[in-house]
Ligand binder design. Structure first.
Ligand SMILES: O=C(O)/C=C/c1cccc(O)c1O
Ligand SMILES: [Fe+2]
Length: 313
């Protein structure tokens, strides 16, 4: 049974700070094509790799990656709060298989996910989806980060296991390409921010609104040409997408944290979700990229890309 893949950027500023209608319409048309691709594939299970932005996972216990054998959405940025339809059996089997492969993945029976995982699921399946899935948190903001090879190996391990299930499994990778939105950072945190990075679960509505307002303002300034932000880098983004299109996933092993940040900004590490997704797809042999789209969207503060791919029979 073939596996299918869809990798896509997310931005909470979608629907809030929108670009010119010609760009927005093109993005929405691409979303329609991706949704048709998913509907045609008709997945029996979805594995979604995605980051968190200190809304669900904190420095009180920061894993490199974590499989959710139960999960709930925190409901940031207008995403639907509440439990996710996790296939617990599948998730627990994945945890065992990955551990057997020598990768020390964490497990959560109640993984808290933010827009990094919730938004792509809503883009693909609508607001109240009930199709079975397994969320996999991939640390992309809580520095320090381990080498890229580890995320490839995680993806391959998951790919080998799902391959053996003889099911139609859709693999989703969520994350921006080059981007540098104002996500707080440990190395420059004030004591007040540090406390929130360690244990910031269930913030007051005022605190959440204040944080979101800051990001909206940053998006507006970015779109107005404020150069104090690291700029979107379309050349870097093309290189990333070409690597996946060329089936050269193992080349990502040589991408260093420094290189990613210099060229793509601090949040470029979200590309780790794409690496895991393509690595999982690649375990069954060759794959074909069926479509790709890209726009540098200043209003959303991110290089916004999407790719779909399917295993070759
Ligand atoms: O508010 C946050 O924590 C993150 C915002 C953001 C903005 C643009 C692109 C992204 O991938 C983000 O997560
Ligand atoms: Fe993000």
């Amino acid at each position: 049974m073939p596996l299918a893949l869809c990798t896509l950027s997310h931005s909470p500023l979608y629907g809030i700070n929108d670009p010119d209608p010609s760009v927005l319409n093109a993005v929405d048309a691409a979303f329609d094509r991706v949704r048709t691709f998913v509907e045609d594939f008709d997945p029996e299970l979805t594995i979604v790799f995605g980051p968190d932005h200190y809304n669900g996972v904190f420095y009180d216990m920061m894993p490199a990656f974590c499989i959710g054998s139960g999960a709930r959405a925190v409901g940031d940025w207008g995403t639907e709060p509440g439990p996710l339809p996790v296939d617990r059996t599948a998730a627990r089997r994945l945890v065992s298989a990955v551990l057997d492969d020598g990768i020390d993945v964490a497990q959560s029976e109640e993984l808290h996910v933010d827009h990094g995982i919730a938004q792509p699921l809503e883009f693909l399946f609508g607001k109240r989806y009930s199709n079975p899935l397994v969320p996999v948190f991939v640390n992309a903001v809580g520095l320090p980060l381990g080498p890229m090879q580890r995320i490839r190996l995680l993806g391959e391990s998951i790919g080998r296991e799902i391959e053996s299930w003889n099911k139609r499994v859709l693999i989703v990778g969520s994350g921006g390409l080059s981007h540098d939105p104002p996500v707080p950072r440990l190395d420059e945190a004030t004591p007040e921010v540090l406390a929130r990075l360690i244990d910031g679960r269930n913030p007051s509505p005022e605190l959440r609104a204040e944080r979101q307002r800051r990001v909206i303002e940053a998006g507006k300034a970015h779109a107005a040409g404020d150069t104090s932000f690291q700029q979107i880098n379309p050349d870097f983004d093309a290189r990333i997408m070409n690597t996946f299109a060329d089936s050269a996933v193992s080349e990502t092993d040589s991408w260093t944290t420094d290189w990613m940040e210099k060229n793509g900004g601090h949040s470029a590490h979200e590309i780790r979700s794409w690496v895991a997704a393509f690595a999982a797809l690649s375990t069954g042999g060759s794959y074909t990229v069926t479509n790709r789209w890209y726009w540098p969207v200043q209003e959303w503060m991110t290089g916004f890309g999407m790719m779909t791919a399917i295993q070759e029979a």
